[in-house]
Design a protein around this ligand. Structure first.
Ligand code: FES
Length: 119
């Protein structure tokens, strides 16, 4: 797969309000894309706890708070912030802007094991 094919357009610039997230289908899964201080970030939309949509969560700085049980994740790298020493994270993705298009890489950074996460 060439580098250009790694990225897929998900939305136009301006379609995600500052300080909010939106979910977009990319390669059969929903990706949450957030806009914070003019920069875009993308993580897996499904919360690793019980699957809530993280794009619907409250964005506090670069932390998104899950709307169901308030677990917190960093939108820059997917790290689970409630226990950062665990090194648990959800998938995060590269984002780029080409002209007026928001593009997300289809090549996710490999997630750490979620075995240690409480239920
Ligand atoms: S589903 Fe996200 S914290 Fe429970």
């Amino acid at each position: 797969m060439s580098e250009s094919l790694d990225f897929q357009t998900v939305a136009k610039v301006g379609s995600i309000p500052e300080g909010e997230g939106r979910a977009f289908p990319v390669n059969g899964q929903l990706i949450a894309v957030f806009l914070r201080d003019g920069a875009y970030f993308a993580i897996n939309d499904a919360c690793p706890h019980m699957g809530a949509s993280l794009s619907a969560g409250y964005l506090d700085g670069t932390e998104v708070i899950c709307p169901w049980h308030a677990w917190r994740f960093c939108v820059t790298d997917g790290l689970w912030l409630d226990n950062p020493k665990s090194k648990v994270r959800t998938e995060s993705f590269e984002v780029r802007i080409v002209d007026d298009e928001i593009q997300v890489s289809l090549r996710a950074k490999p997630p750490a094991s979620l075995d240690a996460m409480p239920t």
